[in-house]
Design a protein around this ligand. Structure first.
Ligand SMILES: [Zn+2]
Length: 71
């Protein structure tokens, strides 16, 4: 189905500036380690939780983060 109007898709890259990364820390109570951008996720350098990053948002809820893969 072809609708009349077209929407230009603007390529969005989840770019995380070093300044922003420096402000972010793992929200887990006894962790608070720096986060590392990897594979479109923010990975905690300590507990290994992988926080999901969207176009303009970062989900820093530990319960919704992905557990680290293996060891
Ligand atoms: Zn952590």
């Amino acid at each position: 189905m072809n609708r009349g109007n077209t929407v230009d898709r603007v390529p969005q890259t989840a770019e995380l500036s070093p300044e922003l990364l420096a402000l972010l820390a793992c929200p887990v109570a006894d962790c608070h380690a720096p986060l590392i951008a990897r594979d479109g996720r923010l990975v905690c350098s300590r507990c290994g939780l992988r926080y999901v990053v969207g176009d303009r948002w970062i989900n820093l809820i530990p319960e919704e983060a992905e557990p680290t893969e293996g060891r």
